[in-house]
Design a protein around this ligand. Structure first.
Ligand SMILES: Cc1ncc(COP(=O)(O)O)c(C=O)c1O
Length: 457
């Protein structure tokens, strides 16, 4: 893209004609987004030719970087063979079968028995919530319709997912939402009124779930949904005892446990799946993003043997899956996912993410000591959040009106690093193929960017 007139037209038309996710259309005119033109490996270029290390990984998704040839070739071969066919009950296709078999094999440690495909993370969540209700109906417990979830949690934007989301910014414009959704506090060490000891916090927060289930009436609760590590909410890592305890609470009360692994699935935390971090199996897993490295939209809801068998053993006549999309198990997306899984396993990317991620985490945690407005740095593997604060002692997050987070992001951009700002948090989720040298570059640029802004305050 060299013609400056063309670039100016692109910028103008973007503001005029696109409504961007999570953005005010008016704000996109006043503060136009950066236009990304090209990607290669862990690097992207904007339309002006400015080169940046992609600290965002597309959006927690480009796990293989931006130009993986194996995925490209698989997509092209599938376009040549069968660009589309549906997988509704009368027909299926080879790639859907291959991918479901592969995923079920990959998730044997999880006890997964079957896959329901869709087009992305919000779909994967919506499917899990609907199947949770249906599961209980098949088992003669039709009153189990309610959902419990965590504050700060993010589960996409469909009506079900939005209703269990724990961020009121995403909820308010579309209320009233789904009835019967209840929220409990997140085990968040940096901001909580309960405990500063992680084990105690994990115990107390699991107790909150039990109290909510008992208060609602256990025979009315369908499922508890949570991310193994919260992503969009600010990268919140729960204490080690939390997931084992919530698994026990769910089991005690017959409540299904849904792990939203849209971000954590496929290696980002250093484990293939986030639930492996905690040594816990869910009843359903929501998968997307890294499943196809984001090259082609794809989502999946993974069913445990327990859920699958309830449908196989159904005698009520209500067990048909009355849910699904034209593009469920799209052959091109399935081909991209098969090639992505090949690469993920060939390069052992979960282990690599764990290794280079540990270096990134340790180094950037120093910002708490070196930068006057960094209050907390948290994360695991290649997901990391840096919380900016107005008052370190009081742990007061930088207010929404502050331009400091955006200025840090701008400094990073100009120095050649793409980062993402969400409220007071700077969020990093680089491709899992990032090298040690690139991690070093990322840290250097970020340290310089924080220092540059600190100097002006
Ligand atoms: C945990 C989680 N669940 C669901 C979603 C929704 O996914 P999508 O944007 O693909 O619909 C996201 C998106 O970031 C997510 O982080």
């Amino acid at each position: 893209m060299s013609n400056t007139n063309d670039i100016a037209a692109l910028k103008a038309n973007n503001g005029k004609y696109i409504w961007h996710p999570m953005a005010h259309p008016k704000a996109m005119l006043a503060t136009p987004p950066d236009i990304i033109a090209r990607g290669e490996g862990c690097w992207v270029w904007d339309v002006d030719g400015h080169k940046m290390l992609d600290g965002v990984g597309g959006l927690w998704s480009a796990n293989l970087g931006h130009s993986n040839q194996a995925v490209r070739n698989a997509v092209i071969a599938q376009m040549d063979t069968l660009p589309f066919y549906n997988a509704f009950r009368g027909t299926t296709h080879v790639k859907a079968i291959e991918l479901s078999t592969r995923l079920v094999e990959l998730m044997q440690p999880e006890g997964v028995a079957a896959m329901m495909f869709s087009n992305g993370g919000s779909d994967a969540v919506e499917g899990a919530l609907k199947i949770a209700r249906q599961y209980h109906k098949l088992r003669g417990q039709a009153d189990r319709t309610k959902f419990i979830s965590l504050r700060q949690g993010y589960h996409g934007v469909h009506f079900g997912g939005m209703s269990v989301n724990g961020n009121s910014n995403f909820r308010r414009p579309y209320e009233p939402l789904l009835p019967g959704c209840f929220h409990i506090d997140t085990p968040w060490l940096y901001h909580n009124p309960y405990a500063q000891d992680p084990v105690e916090l994990g115990r107390l927060c699991a107790e909150l779930l039990e109290r909510e289930i008992v208060f609602q009436g256990p025979d009315t609760v369908a499922a508890f949904i949570a991310e193994p590590v919260q992503g969009a909410g600010g990268v919140i890592v729960p204490p080690e005892n939390y997931w084992p305890l919530i698994r026990a609470v769910c089991d005690r009360h017959g409540v299904l446990l849904i792990a939203d692994e849209v971000v954590t699935g496929f290696g980002r935390t250093g484990q293939m799946f986030g639930t492996r971090l905690w040594g816990v199996n869910a009843d359903m897993w929501c998968l997307a993003k890294g499943i196809s490295s984001g090259y082609v939209p794809l989502g999946a809801t993974a069913m445990s043997a327990k859920v699958h068998e309830a449908f196989l053993n159904d005698t009520t006549g209500l067990g048909a899956v009355s849910h699904g999309y034209t593009y469920s198990a799209h052959p091109v997306a399935a081909a991209a996912a098969m090639a992505t899984l090949d690469e993920l396993q060939r390069l052992d990317l979960p282990a690599h993410a764990g290794r280079v991620g540990a270096v990134m985490q340790a180094r950037l945690r120093e910002l708490v000591h070196t930068c006057p407005f960094v209050g907390d740095v948290r994360g695991v593997g290649l997901m990391l959040g840096i919380e900016m604060v107005a008052d370190k002692a009081a742990r007061t997050p930088m207010p929404r009106s502050s331009d400091v987070p955006a200025r840090v992001a701008r400094e990073a951009y100009q120095r050649g690093l793409m980062v993402r700002i969400s409220g007071p948090n700077l969020i990093l989720s680089p491709p899992l193929v990032i090298s040690s040298e690139e991690i070093n570059t990322l840290c250097e640029v970020l340290e310089a960017s924080f220092a540059a802004v600190a100097k002006t305050l």
